[in-house]
Design a protein around this ligand. Structure first.
Ligand code: ATP
Length: 255
């Protein structure tokens, strides 16, 4: 297993300038440390800068001020140790499932028996052991997202960034995917940051939940989740779950 790495976000600001329009401040003085191997979720109103922050962490968007460090590295460009997953699975329709999963490795060089075996293990872990030879169109939306998760993990990243990965799925599939994701995360040393609009998803999956203010996005609260390490569906009925969700929800109450 690769060693876990922390993420340190220091004084990150991001402004966007578009000709003819006033400047938009998407992020203002964001400071956050995500521990090595920790699972943190970020919640906040639409447009508060969550995706912008994730893109800064991934090295896809340069901050206007401040810096992000992943381990010892100051983030300045995308890096293969950081994997991103979005709401849409974006599988290549003409490639079989296993080849979609292996794509990030194929782009970097040869694929051997070891890599194929690893793809098989990942498929097994997400309950798709028998689907490696299928084409994406033969899979449901939830199954395609599982494949996208395998693809995000094939290159053994140290950081996993998830932007509403299950937002397009029905509620039951989403709950199941969340528990699968949590199990996968718990079996690795992945430092994970999840963006979600769902407070219960954030509480169910994370060790801490970061609450952002409406634009310009700032961190207004960081909530520890006092749930056992092993997560399961019934925890949603526990008082700890309800109290944690209520504290987060209080930031979104209209006055
Ligand atoms: N490339 C860009 N150019 C100009 N403005 C941008 C750009 N990207 C984002 N913004 C602006 O920055 C702000 C934050 O956007 P962002 O997508 O990060 O929000 P979000 O919290 O992820 O929203 P949602 O929850 O709706 O996905 C918005 O006002 C958006 O219009």
């Amino acid at each position: 297993m690769t060693a876990a790495v922390p993420i340190a976000i220091q004084g990150v600001r991001k402004t966007f300038s578009t000709a003819g329009r006033p400047e938009t401040t998407a992020l203002e003085s964001v400071d956050l440390t995500v521990g090595a191997g920790e699972f943190v979720s970020i919640v906040g109103a639409s447009g508060c800068g969550k995706t912008t922050l994730l893109r800064v962490l991934a090295g896809l968007t340069a901050p206007s001020g401040g810096e992000v460090r992943i381990g010892d590295r100051v983030v300045a460009a995308p890096d293969r140790s950081v994997s991103l997953m979005f709401q849409s699975p974006t599988l290549l329709p003409w490639l079989r499932v296993v080849d979609n999963i292996l794509l990030p490795l194929k782009l970097r060089g040869r694929i051997g028996a070891h890599e194929r075996e690893r793809a098989g293990q990942l498929l097994d872990q997400v309950g798709l052991a028998d689907f490696g030879d299928r084409l994406p169109r033969e899979l449901s939306g939830g199954m395609q997202q599982r494949v996208a998760l395998c693809r995000a993990l094939i290159a053994a990243p140290t950081v996993l960034l998830l932007d509403e990965p299950f937002g397009a799925l029905d509620a039951m599939t989403r709950d199941q995917m969340n528990l699968d994701l949590h199990r996968l995360w718990a079996s690795t040393s992945l430092t994970t940051v999840l963006i979600t609009h769902s407070i219960s998803e954030a509480v169910m999956l994370s060790q801490r939940v970061v609450v952002m203010s409406p634009r310009p996005g700032r961190i207004v609260d960081i909530v520890d989740v006092p749930l056992p390490a092993e997560r399961h569906g019934e925890l949603i009925d526990s008082p700890q779950f309800a109290e944690t969700a209520a504290r987060i929800r209080s930031h979104f109450a209209r006055h």
